[in-house]
Design a protein around this ligand. Structure first.
Ligand code: LAC
Ligand code: ZN
Length: 474
């Protein structure tokens, strides 16, 4: 601890104990640098509280010192939402990682914000329950982070986004007060529902410390297939058909355009065979879950056979073992090998009406190739949710101007279909200049007014979302 930060460090140590305060130069990278390595920072202190009361006391200290506080979790959000401010406090809730109750009658899990998503999933499963939120970053994302970003992932189609799984919430507000509604209720219409303001607010309105999450009965069967379709329209037809013919059991429908499929399976050839040949315009990874051990596999196979006979799909492979299931999912999720040659790239997670997706892809491709004729793009995403991911590379280093030009090309196409610049990853730092492309002036003014009520000193995760919004009305 040095110079003017010393009183702050002493005050923080008085709250959590000196052993849980780390000063600037000693703070490890995983608290300062996000997964894209684009956002690094130099926080003055890393603080690791053990209880909600300690979080509240830390925030009171931050407020007294007018010092920014950012919760640092898995750092896998990709838009810089959880990168601390230079000179600010990096607040890690990793010591608050307990699951304190699993209630199998109410079907709820009470959990602290620092618990990893995967640990929470496994704890539910051990008790015969399902915590349905699932995403590639399950091993790094913390519960507080997936609440803070209202995470989505690959089962939204059936069970919704994080917002739909939060029954109760506890949070620390910017003045260090604790606000709590740790209830087990789905239905609660007693006035304004503040928890929904905090969910998805990226730590700018309050710090989530605990939650009561909704669980579902654990399905006992699971069917996974990769199919190929002649075009996007047929794919959506297949999606809608399966929603009915699988009697509500369809839980994932992940689309991969041919270029994505080719690139990923090619890169993965040393570790796993390509499950379906190249040459089809579009591929979908399909998963269903259910409870009829005798009938579900047969129902799934029958449904796919019918689609094949009708040429709605051109090819299909069904996983016959857990290993095969994992190999199919790896095509969609094990992206590191495939995207490595695309570095540096810019990634997007945009959203729109499902019917607008083909027009968006066409316009985005056109806009990008007009700006950068040699650019390469791959598209994939959560089709049932109207949520597309795109990765774009120009095959050369990208400076801020190039990034801005690419963002403009993509978000212009988003605006053309009245879509959203972020479906699930949030705004953070990287999307902030474009928030006004997706939100009207009135909406931004309301958001700004809410921020003023919740955090008048702007100490909660400043520089993200609203604060960095280029089009923010004065
Ligand atoms: C996914 C992450 C990038 O869907 O949202 O793979
Ligand atoms: Zn996604």
């Amino acid at each position: 601890m040095h110079g003017e930060t010393q009183p702050l460090g002493i005050a923080l140590a008085a709250v959590v104990g000196a052993g849980h305060v780390t000063a600037a130069l000693d703070i490890g990278e995983r608290y300062r640098v996000d997964v894209t390595r684009k956002y690094a920072s130099r926080p003055a202190f890393l603080v690791r509280p053990a209880t909600t009361d300690e979080v509240a006391a830390v925030v009171r200290v931050a407020s007294a010192h007018r010092t920014p506080v950012t919760v640092v979790g898995g750092q896998t959000g990709t838009v810089g939402s959880a990168v601390p401010s230079d000179g600010g406090i990096a607040l890690s809730l990793e010591r608050m990682n307990r699951i304190t109750e699993i209630d199998l009658l109410s079907m709820t899990m009470t959990v602290e914000a620092g618990c990893l998503l995967q640990i929470a999933q496994e704890a539910a499963e051990d008790k015969g329950a399902l915590l349905p939120l699932d995403l590639g970053a399950r091993g790094s994302a913390m519960i507080g982070g997936v609440i803070g970003t209202n995470a989505g992932g690959n089962r939204v189609l059936r069970w919704g986004m994080m917002r739909d799984m939060v029954f109760g919430l506890e949070a620390v507000l910017a003045d260090g007060t604790v606000i709590s509604s740790m209830t087990k209720m789905l239905k609660d219409n007693a006035g304004y529902n503040w928890k929904h303001l905090l969910i998805g607010s990226e730590g700018t309105l309050g710090i989530v410390t605990r939650a009561v999450l909704r669980l579902r009965p654990l399905p006992s069967t699971r069917q996974t297939a990769l199919v190929a379709a002649p075009n996007f329209g047929k794919c959506i037809e297949v999606l809608r058909r399966l929603e009915i013919t699988l009697s509500g059991r369809l839980s994932s429908f992940e689309l991969m355009w041919e270029d994505f499929y080719e690139r990923m399976t090619e890169a993965q050839l040393p570790v796993r065979p390509r499950p379906l040949p190249l040459g089809y315009p579009i591929y979908a990874l399909i998963e269903a879950m259910g409870g009829d051990v005798e009938g579900d596999d047969a129902q799934f196979e029958r449904a796919l056979n019918t689609l094949l006979e009708e040429s709605a799909i051109q090819d299909a492979v069904i996983a016959r073992s857990e290993r095969e299931r994992q190999a199919l999912w790896a095509v969609r999720e094990d992206l590191q090998l495939g995207i490595a040659p695309m570095r540096p790239f810019r990634s997007y997670d945009v959203s729109m009406g499902v019917s607008d997706m083909p027009a968006f892809v066409d316009t985005a491709r056109k806009n990008v190739s007009v700006a950068y004729p040699n650019a390469q793009m791959i598209f994939y995403g959560h089709a049932g949710d109207g949520n597309l991911h795109a990765l774009v590379t120009i095959g050369a280093p990208m400076d801020a101007d190039v990034e801005m030009r690419l963002d403009t090309s993509i978000f212009d196409a988003v605006r053309g279909v009245n879509g959203s610049i972020s479906a699930e990853h949030g705004i953070g730092i990287s999307r902030a200049p474009f928030l006004s492309w997706t939100r009207s002036k009135r909406e931004l003014e309301l958001m700004q007014a809410l921020k003023q009520v919740f955090d008048p000193q702007h100490i909660l995760n400043p520089g993200k979302l609203m604060d960095a919004c280029g089009g923010l009305p004065k």
